[in-house]
Write a protein of this length. Structure first.
Length: 109
């Protein structure tokens, strides 16, 4: 039985074609947790997601952030975003939860 590996080996046109959308999570200096889910494929833009404290599985990611930025490329639509600060207070009720930006059709710069 043969399998199509064009997406796995990126022979079908590159990351931009496969995962044209971008979600960016920006830490605000307070330890926080996040969960995101998409109805397509999801991939973290990082050399080592484990070092970032982030788990990506299928179309979902879960992790922590305090400062800095974590980026994810995805296909499809954003399905869910859940962000809480270190006290468990959800966005938008906490000024300390990370900012979440979603860009559809984002460039790979």
């Amino acid at each position: 039985m043969s399998s199509d590996t064009s997406v796995q080996n990126d022979a079908s046109g590159g990351r931009r074609d496969r995962l044209p959308n971008l979600v960016t999570i920006v830490g605000r200096g307070v330890p926080s947790s996040f969960e995101i889910a998409v109805d397509g494929d999801l991939e973290m833009v990082a050399d080592d997601p484990v070092a970032e404290g982030t788990v990506v599985s299928g179309g979902a990611a879960e992790g922590t952030i305090e400062v800095g930025v974590q980026r994810f490329r995805f296909s499809g639509q954003m399905a869910n975003v859940h962000v809480v600060d270190w006290n468990g207070v959800e966005m938008p009720n906490s000024a300390h939860t990370p900012e979440v930006h979603v860009d559809y059709g984002a460039s790979t710069r």
